[in-house]
Design a protein around this ligand. Structure first.
Ligand code: KG4
Ligand code: ZN
Length: 358
């Protein structure tokens, strides 16, 4: 089964062709990602209107490259998948409409994929991870602990009450005058900083639920920085190190609670899976390893290029859905908001497999 996947929910324009074998194993035939980082850098964050316009300009070429690299033609595809949300609605519309057009013209099934579901299922593409597993999704827009019990069977165990974890890194970087995106810069600065110089809070620590909160940490960091301004290079490094240490300890505590809740409701997970751009952070990875070992499970972290937004994860989620007969009608709507627990594994409108033509 071969599926083309399109991703355009945030600031990456991406397309990929992925193959799913009958035994459930996956293979990436191509995976092309164009980052818009430079377009947004001056603003210190993603500007929705700029993102949508950049997707319009780039998407056709990105799809052509993905198809070319995979040596694939549209008629050989088994389905077209697009991330229909959640995300910045302008970009989502660009990707989904393009997918609909390709599906209609080539008489192929359309698969509407939830972007979070795609992050969730990536571990099955890379590691063939069996259900049920515990997902820690940590990106610029999301911070979630999810029980992944099957395709279309997701239960959120914990989430952030305010900022996403990657957003907290980005805001810290912005405050300290580091570049965008902030995560990698903060991590780099933290390497030469003192983790104990600033006493920052550990929000939500010790609670029985698995929820997160980062806005208090961000404010505390700002107050500490203001107290000692103007900042030297060493101050910046120490602030980054103290911030990252607080985040690491919070992640450990919150995921420990999350895994406890998982086990109580669904039994032992087959793995702890990390996804999202923040999973690239080495200090966080080390902590996740430690935690997986502690609870007697394994840690699965897909390679960085599959942890951050990409088309392969959309194509793969599309293939996983298509293999179960889950396809979508051509009038499926793009969604800015689309919680993972609203994603179902229902067989929707199988008759749309063959498009009516005039
Ligand atoms: O998954 P992603 O590429 O895009 C979405 O947000 O969906 O994640 C991007 C986020 C940004 O907030 C970025 O600062 C963060 O991931 N990030 C990191 C690191 N690399 C990327 N955060 C901490 N440490 C890193 N090394
Ligand atoms: Zn993402």
């Amino acid at each position: 089964m071969i599926v083309l996947g399109i991703e355009s929910t945030c600031d990456e324009t991406a397309a990929a062709v992925v193959e799913r074998h009958e035994d459930g194993r996956g293979r990436i035939l191509s995976n092309v990602v164009l980052s818009q980082v430079n377009e947004h850098a001056a603003f210190g964050g993603v500007v929705p209107e700029i993102a949508a316009r950049a997707h319009v300009e780039a998407l056709d070429h990105i799809i052509a490259s993905a198809m070319g690299e995979a040596k694939m033609s549209f008629d050989k595809l088994d389905g077209i998948a697009a991330a229909s949300g959640p995300g910045l609605i302008g970009g989502v519309i660009v990707g989904l409409t393009t997918a609909k057009a390709i599906a209609l013209v080539n008489e192929k099934p359309l698969i509407s994929v939830n972007h979070l579901e795609a992050h969730a299922l990536t571990a099955r593409l890379t590691d063939n991870t069996p259900f049920p597993f515990c997902l820690f999704l940590a990106s610029g827009g999301h911070t979630q602990v999810v029980a992944v019990r099957g395709v279309g069977e997701y239960e959120r165990i914990g989430t952030t009450l305010d900022d996403a974890i990657g957003e907290a890194f980005d805001k810290t970087a912005k405050l300290l005058g580091l570049g965008y995106p902030g995560g990698p810069q903060v991590e780099k600065e933290a390497l030469r900083g003192n983790t104990e110089r600033f006493a920052l809070p550990r929000p939500m620590f010790g609670r029985n639920d698995a929820d997160f909160s980062f806005s208090g940490l961000k404010t505390a960091l700002r107050l500490e920085a203001e107290k000692i301004a103007p900042l030297t290079d060493q101050d910046v490094a120490d602030l980054c190190a103290s911030f990252q240490q607080a985040v690491v300890e919070v992640v450990l505590d919150r995921l420990r609670a999350g895994l406890r809740l998982f086990r109580a409701r669904f039994g032992a997970p087959t793995a702890l899976v990390a996804a999202g751009g923040v999973a690239a952070n080495q200090a966080i990875r080390k902590t996740l390893h430690r935690l997986a070992f502690e609870v007697g499970t394994v840690l699965v972290v897909p390679p960085v290029e599959l942890c951050t937004d990409n088309g392969a994860m959309i194509a793969w989620a599309g293939a996983e859905r298509l293999a179960r007969g889950f396809v979508d009608p051509l009038d499926v709507a793009p969604r800015a908001r689309w919680p993972l627990n609203e994603v179902t594994g229902l067989k929707t409108a199988g008759q749309y497999r063959t498009m009516p033509r005039r």
